[in-house]
Design a protein around this ligand. Structure first.
Ligand code: HAM
Length: 417
């Protein structure tokens, strides 16, 4: 027996309605926020993520699925959606179109992480990215879209944590303050933190080592180092969110795990799914396009993990809409009636009705048993008598009640129910 690879999951036919509900909700939110879908390849040149996501991140350092293809190119399975979306924007010259360009995607992502509840090696994201607007209204709109999405799903008890990590200018002053703070303690910190100290001290703040975390907790806070522009931007985002009735907590510890962020960063966090509680995260990335070698253009977005959402919804008893089930099962008693049932089924399907008939050569009794198992709402047995009279008895499975219905009026009968 060959088993599924570690950190991946099958979606069983009995569970796929949950995925469809989340994906349909994502698309319906995209529609009201006028976001257009983009799709990028599952793999990209490794360089895109090195430059985009950043060489000091865990994602790039430890978690990428990177391999050499047969042509000797270094290829990486996408660990997230933003870098590919930015590449798509640049490569297709979308600068010259209407800006801001508002996009979304639903995509698999791959990270070689230690699997645990809510943490997989292949997972799926619903993400949105808006290119071209520096305005704080865009930050508030993106966060409002995330909040609308969670509300429409019926997700309860998530907390929105909000922070600003400033622009390049604020970061210069802040990095210096961090280095001054960490320097005397550096020998007590892990090897990764020591490397990050030189390259990108901000990344030291998301180290998970207990010892490092203790030291980090007393570090200077970015909010005290924001330049006047970034501070005003952050204030405006907060005002706009409050005006929309979106509740948030300012959390100076939120720095996000990817290097491209500037200014606003945020996470929707739940305490109902264990250690991996962040169901949605995002922020502004005003320098990413420039860092990828293109003209500078501000952008902002978020991504929500679909598996984590399902885990959270299951754990907190959120009801998913019922999966589709057949409206009617038409059982055939003998060969000519089976043919008639098959034909009637086809006719009903052509009118958009979920109708079923026997594909197994079963007895009528066994066909009714199957109809019950698959949750058919109505069932009817067709035999020589029914074929001759042109009338069938349609039985409502949940009550056992039957109604005599003309064969050529089955559609009219069902459509009313
Ligand atoms: P991220 O925080 O790395 O951000 O991932 C976003 C979401 O993907 C997380 O909140 C979580 O729900 C889900 N996720 C991440 N890793 C895993 C995993 N190993 N297993 C299951 N779910 C996971 C980004 O990826 C950014 N690209 C978001 C963004 C878009 N920022 C701006 N635009």
């Amino acid at each position: 027996m060959i088993n599924i690879p570690k950190g991946t999951k099958d979606v069983l036919p009995s569970q796929s309605h949950k995925w469809q509900f989340i994906e349909n909700t994502a698309r319906s939110v995209a529609k009201i926020f006028n976001l257009k879908e983009l799709r990028t390849p599952t793999f990209e040149h490794t360089e895109l993520f090195l430059r985009g996501v950043g060489e000091t991140t865990d994602v790039v350092n430890k978690e990428m699925y990177t391999f050499e293809d047969k042509g000797g190119r270094s290829i990486t399975l996408k660990p997230e959606g933003t870098a590919g979306a930015a590449r798509l924007f640049i490569e297709n010259g979308l600068y010259s179109g209407a800006l801001p360009l508002k996009t979304y995607y639903i995509t698999p992502c791959f990270r070689y992480e230690r699997p645990q509840a809510g943490r997989l090696r292949e997972f799926h994201q619903f993400g949105i990215e808006i290119f071209g607007s520096p305005a704080p209204e865009t930050d508030a709109e993106v966060i409002f879209a995330a909040s609308t999405f969670l509300n429409k799903l019926g997700v309860k008890n998530t907390e929105l944590r909000l922070n600003s990590i400033g622009c390049r200018d604020c970061r210069k002053a802040y990095n210096q303050a961090l280095r001054e703070y960490f320097k005397p303690n550096l020998d007590k910190m892990c090897a990764t933190c020591r490397t990050r100290f030189d390259k990108n001290p901000l990344r030291m703040l998301d180290c998970k080592e207990e010892n490092c975390k203790k030291i980090t907790s007393g570090a200077p806070k970015i909010l005290d180092y924001l330049c006047p522009d970034c501070a005003a931007h952050f204030e405006k985002v907060k005002t706009l969110l409050s005006a929309q009735g979106v509740r948030y907590t300012v959390d100076p510890e939120i720095v996000r795990g990817l290097d491209y962020y500037t200014k606003t960063v945020f996470e929707f966090v739940s305490t109902d799914i264990g250690a991996q509680g962040t169901v949605c995260g995002g922020g502004r990335y005003d320098n990413l396009l420039e860092e990828l070698g293109a003209a500078s253009l501000p952008a902002i977005g978020f991504a929500a993990g679909i598996e984590r959402l399902i885990l959270l919804m299951d754990n907190t008893g959120v009801q998913f809409p019922e999966p589709d089930r057949p409206k009617i099962y038409l059982a055939g008693m003998d060969e000519p009636s089976r043919e008639l049932a098959f034909k009637l089924c086809g006719g009903l399907r052509a009118h958009g009705i979920n109708a079923e008939c026997d594909l197994m050569g079963r007895s009528v009794k066994a066909q009714f048993k199957y109809a019950d198992k698959i949750g058919a709402r109505y069932a009817a047995a067709i035999g020589a008598n029914e074929a001759e009279s042109g009338v069938v008895n349609i039985k409502e499975m949940s009550t056992g009640e039957s109604s005599a219905v003309k064969i050529n009026e089955i559609y009219e009968y069902l459509i009313k129910r």
